[in-house]
Write a protein that binds this ligand. Sequence first.
Ligand SMILES: [Zn+2]
Length: 153
Amino acid sequence: MNKKAVTKAIKKEKKKGKFEPGTFDLRVKRSRAGLGLFTFDPIKKGECIIEYTGPRLSKKQEEETENQYLFDVGKKYPTIDGSPRSNTARYINHSCRPNCEIEIRLGRVYVFSKRNIKAGEELNYDYDTDFFDEYIKPKGCVCDKCREKAGKK
Ligand SMILES: [Zn+2]
């Protein structure tokens, strides 16, 4: 292999590992929005933290299911029902100024850190607009950003 090819191979190898969640000490605790997921380890920006898992639904099941934890991963793959408690990622709350973000790859859903996160911080990501409008807006968002805006901090 010439040097260029070697570099390319290494890059490919690194990319493969990108979607393997780390072994962070994550715990479900009470938060402002009910239960939330907190990290007890510091997490560097850009790390894969956890995968959002659950059974896959057929189109029919999807139409009949009524829960807040459905994750639409695009047309090519069936929707994930994230409601089982084994899906720890379901405890991650919404924030309008999140420290995590979602990456979807081949129909699977991963949570990545958007910035460096300190031990003890609650994890959150920005839910999509439809979810926000349906479930969060009616109650009012309790994330840090919205509380600051409302002068509650
Ligand atoms: Zn908010």
